[in-house]
Design a protein around this ligand. Structure first.
Ligand SMILES: C[S@@+](CC[C@H](N)C(=O)[O-])C[C@H]1O[C@@H](n2cnc3c(N)ncnc32)[C@H](O)[C@@H]1O
Length: 326
């Protein structure tokens, strides 16, 4: 990347800037091994290029809403200079105001508008690069043209369905499926563990899948009556894979210790009876079970993410074709 008009004032950095998932900066600070600076929710792990090599990706980091993949520093004189320099790189830039917030937004005002209308599920992830920038002081901008999320500061906005699903948890499954880049086809066999009151089952049944909804609590009767839905009032973890048989999608939103979920998932992995997995790893109390999270992340072809719609939980996605990254 080269800033045509400003290459002498621009410093490419080696490393990353992590934008913490909202409310979970404390977990991110525990994860990032070499923090070189912190600006609000932006945690930097970078060095100036001559000091490379520097490989922050060697340590997995999960509690992020966005990762700035190619950070740079830009010295600039005026607001219009800064905006011109960013526009010379690409169209889309999300402001991330921390210091000099008003000045940051004044720069953003001089950049092309970023569409922010909520999207209707299902949709394909945008491919246009989405950059991000902030100001470190009045004349120094830190930015990155490449980020892990195609949405401004990781914000994933759906046009919500406020009438049909019985809980708002359905948005997590929508988001996970959009990230996966694939979804259950009509007739696909799905197991929804911890299904009550039925938001995830509603998503799966709406796609035409056959859903076995397992929970100790009852499903909303409207969801239980949807075509293709069967309910089973049971402890999901005492059901063995052989009891259920082959499934195309194993979904779990069970409230439990991460270790209990892992022990159950391990059995399914060993059985070879589940093709795709989407499971929320729910942290208990204020704790973060990083050791178990790393076990999930180490499953080949899988990924662990903090979804925009996740709270104190992470989501493990494993697809049969091995492309957990979607
Ligand atoms: C967060 S809620 C699930 C919400 C659901 N995914 C939705 O979209 O509406 C968690 C559910 O896990 C269930 N649960 C907890 N332990 C369970 C277990 N061992 N087996 C089955 N369900 C369990 C609870 O009864 C609760 O309904």
């Amino acid at each position: 990347m080269r800033l045509v008009e400003h290459d002498d004032a621009m410093d490419l950095l080696s490393g990353r800037v992590y934008h913490a998932a909202e409310g979970f900066l404390h977990h991110l600070l525990d994860e990032v091994p070499y923090i070189t600076r912190q600006d609000g929710d932006l945690v930097s792990a970078w060095k100036r290029a001559p000091d490379a090599p520097f490989s922050p990706d060697a340590v997995p980091v999960f509690w992020v809403r966005n990762i700035w993949l190619e950070p740079f520093l830009l010295e600039f004189d005026s607001i219009s200079d800064a905006a011109r320099a960013l526009r010379a790189i690409q169209r889309n830039w999300a402001p991330c105001p921390v210091h000099y917030a008003r000045r940051t937004l004044l720069i953003a005002d001089r950049l092309p508008h970023i569409p922010d209308r909520p999207r209707t599920f299902p949709f394909v992830l945008p491919t246009a690069p989405m950059g991000a920038f902030t100001l470190l002081d009045e004349h120094t901008l830190m930015g990155s043209a490449r980020c892990s999320s195609p949405f401004p500061n990781g914000a994933f906005a759906f046009a919500e369905n406020r009438d049909e699903p019985p809980s708002r948890a359905y948005r997590k499954l929508w988001e996970a499926l959009v990230l996966a880049g694939t979804m259950p086809q009509p007739g696909a066999r799905c197991l929804d563990a911890g299904a009550s009151p039925g938001g995830w089952t509603w998503v799966l049944a709406s796609l035409g899948a056959e859903v076995l909804a397992v929970d100790r609590a009852p499903l909303d009767p409207r969801i239980a009556a949807m075509p293709g839905v069967r309910t089973l009032k049971h402890d999901a973890f005492t059901l063995r894979p052989e009891d259920i048989g082959p499934v195309d999608w194993l979904c779990s939103d069970v409230i439990c210790y991460p270790e209990a979920l892992w022990r159950w998932v391990e059995r399914w992995l060993a059985s070879g009876l589940a093709r795709n997995f989407i499971c929320t790893i729910k942290m208990q109390g204020k704790t973060y079970d990083r050791a178990t999270t790393l076990r999930f992340a180490a499953v080949p072809g899988s990924r662990v993410v903090h979804l925009w719609h996740n709270r104190h939980e992470l989501t493990w996605i494993r697809l049969q074709d091995g492309n957990g990254a979607g």
